[in-house]
Structures are given as C-alpha cells and as structure tokens.
Design a protein around this ligand. Structure first.
Ligand code: SF4
Length: 669
C-alpha cells in the first residue's frame, strides 16, 4: 500500500470491505457500481417510481431518493412496494439531511440510508466557535447519542449506510477546528465512522464530495490514508463531484474528479451529478467506468511503467511544479492551449474562428475571444495569410526550416530528433517524449538529461500506453526527481466515438495530471479515425456542442478542463445542484436562463440551488447564489450572505442581474 493507493505505476484497485445493499454487493471484488438520484417529489409515489424505472432501465444499480421529513421517509414503503410490484428490486437509498427521525424510519424500510455528518446532528449557522478539547469531546458524545440509534436500527435490519461528507456542508464545529479543508472533510466522516465501528457495524460506504475536483480528490486520498492508519482497512468509497452543473462542463468536472481517483484504483461506486434528468447521468457514469472494466482487483493492464518507491510530491496538497519560462509557457504563466489544425487540408482564416479568432474582412482586424488558442499546430502547413499577433504556429522541423518567419513559427521535434538536429530555434523548441508506450522496460532516463534545462525547450509528453495517466505521471516524477525544470505540455489523443467518450477521455487523462500541479499546456487531438467519425456525426450529435466543428469542440474542451482544474479561468462558472425532491423551481430551465444572460461574465462563480435547506451550504465558494426559498420564491446571496430574500421567481433573474450591477461585476455583452 502506497500513501493512498495500491500502486502508483500499475493499475490496481484498492481492496475495500465488501458491503451488501439488498441483493447488491459493493466493494470487495465487485464491479464499480453506478447510481443516481431521483428529482421528483418523494410524496408523488407514481412520478418517483416512473423516474426510478427510467434510471434502472438506463443501468442504475442503486436509486437514491430524498427523505426530508418523516412523511417522505414513510412513503418510501409505497415507492418500494410499487417498484417491486413492477418487478424492480434495485436497492433504494434514502437521502437524509438534518432529520435523524426520518433516517430512523427509512432505515427500517429500504436498503441503505445516506447521512451527511455535516448536518445529521449539528445545525449550521456559519458560526466560528472556539472549542476547548473537553468541549469538543462533549460534542462528539452528543453526536454518539444521536447517531447510535440509527446505527443500531441499520444493524438490526441489515441496512447499509453511506456517511457522505460534502465540502459545502461541513458543520460549524468542524469548520471551527479544521477550516474549510480536505482534512476537515475526512475528520467529519471519521467521527461518525468511529462511532459505527464501536457498535460493531460495518455496512458502511463513505464519500467526500465537493464541487471542486481538486478538493474532492485530496479528501478521498486523505480519507484512505487515515482509514488505513487507524483501522488497517478501508471501507468502500462512493465517488462524485457535487453541483457539477450540466452539459460539457458537468461532464468534464465529474470525469476529472472521479476519473483521477479511478485511475488510482480508488472507488467502488460512482454518481455523476448533472443538472439534467437523472437517467441522463447513467450513460456518463458508464462511459467513465468502462475504462476500468474487466480489471478485477488484482488485474494489471499491460504496459510497462517503472516502479517508484517514493512520490516526489505530496498527493494531498496542491503545489504547481516549479518550471522556468520559455516564451509564454511555464513558471507563473497560465497553461497554454495548443489547437491541432493539422487534419485540415487547407487552413483558411475561417478555420481560426473555431479556435477563438474571428477575422473581419472589412476592418482587416481579428476579434480574439477569451477562449482563443495560444498556439496552433499545422503539421506541414505554412499559412498564406497573416495571423493575429497573439497566436503562434507549431510545425514539423523540415517545414519550419522553409519559413523565414521565425517569430511566428516554431518547430516540434521527436526527442532524439532535437538532440541530433543541425538547426533549432534559438527561442522555442517543442520536443515530444513518448512515455512508456510499449512493454519494453525502460530504466534508463539519461535521455532526459540531454534536454534538461535547455532554456528553449518545452517538453510535450504523451503516451499510448493503456495506462497513459500513470505513464505520463511517472515521467513527470522523473523530471521532478532529476530537477528538470522545463515546462511541460500534455498531448492527448482520443480514439473514442461519441462526444461524451471524448470529453471523458480528455478530462480524465489530462485533468488528473493538472490536479497534481503538473502541466504548463494542453494539446488535445483525435486519431484520424475518430476525427473523421466526429467530423461527420458523433460530435455534432449532442446539444451542448451543437454545430461545433471538431476543432471547436476540442478547443472548448481544452479551456473547460483548465477551468475545471482552476488553472486558467476563461468563462463564467456555474455551480448548479442536480435537483431532487426538495427542489422548489424548474432547475434546468432556470439554469439555462441564467446561463444565457451571464455567460459573458468571465471568472464569476454563480450558484443555482434548488432549496434553501441545503443550497446555501452546498454553494461552496460561489460569488453569488440563486436559491429556491419557497414555492415561486427565490433568495439571492452574495457569497454566504443573503441580500434579497423571497423575491418572486418571475423577476428573480432580473434581480440577479441588478445585484451583479450593484456589485460592479456586470459588463454588457
Ligand atoms: S440543493 Fe438541490 S439537490 Fe441539494 S437538497 Fe436542495 S434541491 Fe436537492
């Protein structure tokens, strides 16, 4: 066991305790289970049953249903009966916040309860309280008294439990002692876990969700580390990124958070929280999980990566790898985006529109968007038109030698090609390194020393190894160990088919590395087969990228990944809840409305939350919040502070705009 996973250089799933949820086995040697949560009113039995069935038919292996009070908890019996009558025995999970009495009822009816340790006993008032150790222990004793009855009911009825910590809803007690941190999240769950274990109850699953994939990944890793240290064993883990939003961004954020952990062999069940109908979450879950299918607990995917004993960085905290600057790449510069236009036969100014540059013939000027690529890779093409000054072109060395414009064009070499080249740029050379793409053992890294710390070299790392993330990460470790400070661009090719598959592939393979503080640039691309397929049908088939060219789709994806890992902010960020039976307004429609009027406010974080019970806590670090506070009523927040209470939903979007104007963050689009 390494600090947080079984193996840092070979895929191996973390061994966890097996838990039985109804007829479903989770953890242990079982496949990674996929699940979702209904959005209907729990008191509307038929609507909840119908929606559950749609989710089950889509492949959900567990269905979570909110139980905000005793009456909803009791109605779970009717829902369960109706589902069974129709031949569906998928385990049901009751989602509990604040209401132990609802949990105790639900635990006698259905197969699993989810409790949030941030609000099961504690009420959140956003207060900073100084506790002495004795006072803190008293609080733990109070939790024991309130939580133990539920544990004993679960034990008696064979009901499983998820102790589900959310970054956004840590209790005031935890916040006061640990702050808004990953370790606070871990301790929040560990307090409940210790109580359950002391009662000899072990049917437990844990989660550490956050809307920020970085916090989420660190919290899960820390949790494993703490469980192994304290108990010598690990309980199964339910992975998810909360309030991920919808469309492309929701998928990317989820794939980065969940995918990073799955790459480490961590995770026994997943939920992708999208502000979309719950049955639409399941195909995304399946796309994420299928990369790891048929890889039982001890199965190793082929491809040789040299082992490493000690990580040369901390996996529990973010620190960007130290690099020097080459041109505008590396050091404190935001990661650059390289757009691959090499598959376009003859590049024209119109093609640049898909990567953020729009040419106006009348004024002879270029308009540059916030998501304009910094470099374009054209393969062997020199362009016959002038480019805007902010974009540079990367070409193969032979083509580079043909041009006199050495201010715009820069060469890209194979690794040994650079060392052997007679002529190179005196400013900027891109050098490709293939990381462990075959089964031949590589234990000699001296080739890196030939490139090391050359002040003109940007390294471009890629791998066709089936464990590409682990391969590239291993090479990054070698760079760190050898104190090689050249900036690094990650090059990732996708050979998948659908838009979702491409998004998940790109997000997992690069996002996981950026979350480790690695990477000074990104270059995404498709294999020729995937490109031709995408250019015809697959990519344009999804509404969130309607009519996008492949180049535009990839360029947007690059910027969205950098935004999701918070290394380069190029657009507005939306933190929207997936909705559930507590939701007080049409969340999908409202999110679309708010997005339509605010999408030009680059860098602003806007939360759109369905209810005031959980919404304000779960909004995480949003700048402004739009929260349902009653039927037809919206409450607006600035940070955690209420600024407009219970306004009519008909005027709420306009009021949000007014609020943004009052706070000088509004600009006309
Ligand atoms: S914030 Fe959204 S998903 Fe969470 S409980 Fe409220 S309505 Fe449900």
């Amino acid at each position: 066991m390494q600090q947080y996973c079984e193996n840092l250089t070979q895929y191996k799933r973390l061994v966890t305790r097996e838990v039985k949820i109804g007829n479903l086995l989770l953890g242990g040697n079982n496949p990674i289970r996929v699940q979702t949560m209904t959005t209907t009113d729990t008191m509307d039995t038929m609507a909840t049953v119908e929606q559950s069935i749609r989710c089950i038919e889509a492949g959900a292996e567990l269905i979570r249903i909110t139980a905000p009070s005793k009456k909803e908890a009791e109605n779970l019996q009717n829902i369960k009966d109706e589902l069974q009558k129709r031949g569906y025995n998928v385990p049901i999970v009751a989602d509990i916040h604040f209401t132990p009495n609802a949990a105790e009822i639900a635990a006698k009816i259905i197969e699993k309860v989810r409790v949030n340790p941030g609000n099961y006993v504690d009420k959140k008032k956003f207060e900073q309280i100084e506790y002495t150790d004795a006072e803190y222990d008293e609080e733990i004793e109070r939790i024991r008294e309130r939580f133990s009855p539920l544990v004993l009911i679960c034990k008696e009825h064979g009901t499983a439990m998820r102790i589900g910590t959310n970054h956004g809803s840590l209790s005031d007690r935890i916040m006061s002692r640990y702050g808004d941190t990953a370790i606070g999240m871990v301790e929040s769950a560990m307090e409940f876990l210790r109580i359950a274990r002391s009662l000899n109850y072990h049917s437990i699953i844990l989660s550490m969700k956050s809307s920020n994939p970085l916090v989420m990944v660190q919290a899960y890793r820390l949790l494993i580390n703490h469980m192994m240290e304290e108990f010598g064993e690990c309980y199964p883990l339910h992975l998810g990124v909360t309030e991920a939003g919808d469309g492309e961004d929701g998928r990317i954020k989820s794939a980065i958070g969940i995918g990073t952990l799955l790459e480490d062999g961590i995770g026994d069940t997943i939920r992708v929280s999208l502000t979309e109908d719950p049955e639409l979450e399941i195909p995304v879950c399946r796309d994420i999980v299928k990369r790891y299918q048929n890889t039982g607990k001890s199965t190793v995917i082929k491809g040789f990566i040299p082992a490493i004993d000690q990580l040369p960085y901390s996996p529990f905290e973010y620190k960007r790898r130290a690099t020097f600057e080459v041109g505008n790449i590396g050091n404190k510069q935001v990661p650059v985006v390289i757009a691959d236009l090499s598959k376009i036969e003859k590049i024209t100014p119109l093609h640049l529109q898909s990567v953020g540059y729009t040419y106006n013939e009348q004024t002879d000027k270029w308009a540059i968007s916030d998501m304009a690529a910094d470099y374009i890779f054209t393969g062997n093409q020199l362009l016959n038109f002038s480019l805007p000054g902010t974009v540079k072109v990367i070409v193969y060395p032979a083509t580079w030698q043909l041009t006199e414009d050495k201010q715009t064009y820069y060469p890209i070499y194979e690794d040994s090609g650079y060392v052997d080249a007679e002529v190179t740029s005196n400013k900027l050379n891109f050098v490709m390194i293939d990381c462990f793409s075959d089964d031949t053992p590589v234990n000699d890294f001296t080739f890196l020393d030939e490139l090391a710390n050359d002040p003109t070299v940007v390294l471009c790392l890629s791998s066709t190894n089936k464990q590409a993330v682990l391969s590239v990460r291993r090479m990054m470790m070698e760079l760190i160990i050898r104190e090689i400070k050249n900036p690094v661009v990650f090059i990732t090719d996708s050979n998948w088919n659908t838009a979702d598959e491409h998004l998940i592939h790109f997000a997992t393979e690069t996002g996981a590395l950026f979350l480790e503080g690695m990477g000074d640039g990104i270059c995404l691309s498709m294999t020729t087969t995937a490109y031709n397929n995408a250019a015809n049908t697959a990519v344009s088939g999804r509404n969130y990228i309607a009519n996008a060219s492949v180049e535009q789709f990839i360029n947007n994806t690059s910027f969205s990944i950098l935004q999701a890992v918070r290394t380069r902010i190029s657009k507005t960020e939306y933190i929207s809840c997936p909705s559930c039976g507590r939701t007080l307004f049409e969340l999908q429609e409202t999110t679309a409305k708010i997005r339509a009027v605010t999408s030009h406010l680059k860098g602003l974080k806007i939360a759109i939350m369905g209810c005031i019970v959980n919404g304000p806590g779960e909004m995480a670090d949003a700048d402004f919040g739009y929260v349902g506070s009653g039927v037809g009523k919206i409450t607006l927040y600035k940070g955690k502070e209420i600024v407009k209470r219970n306004i009519d939903s008909a005027i709420a979007v306009d009021e949000l705009i007014n609020l943004l104007k009052e706070n000088d963050v509004w600009v006309n689009s």
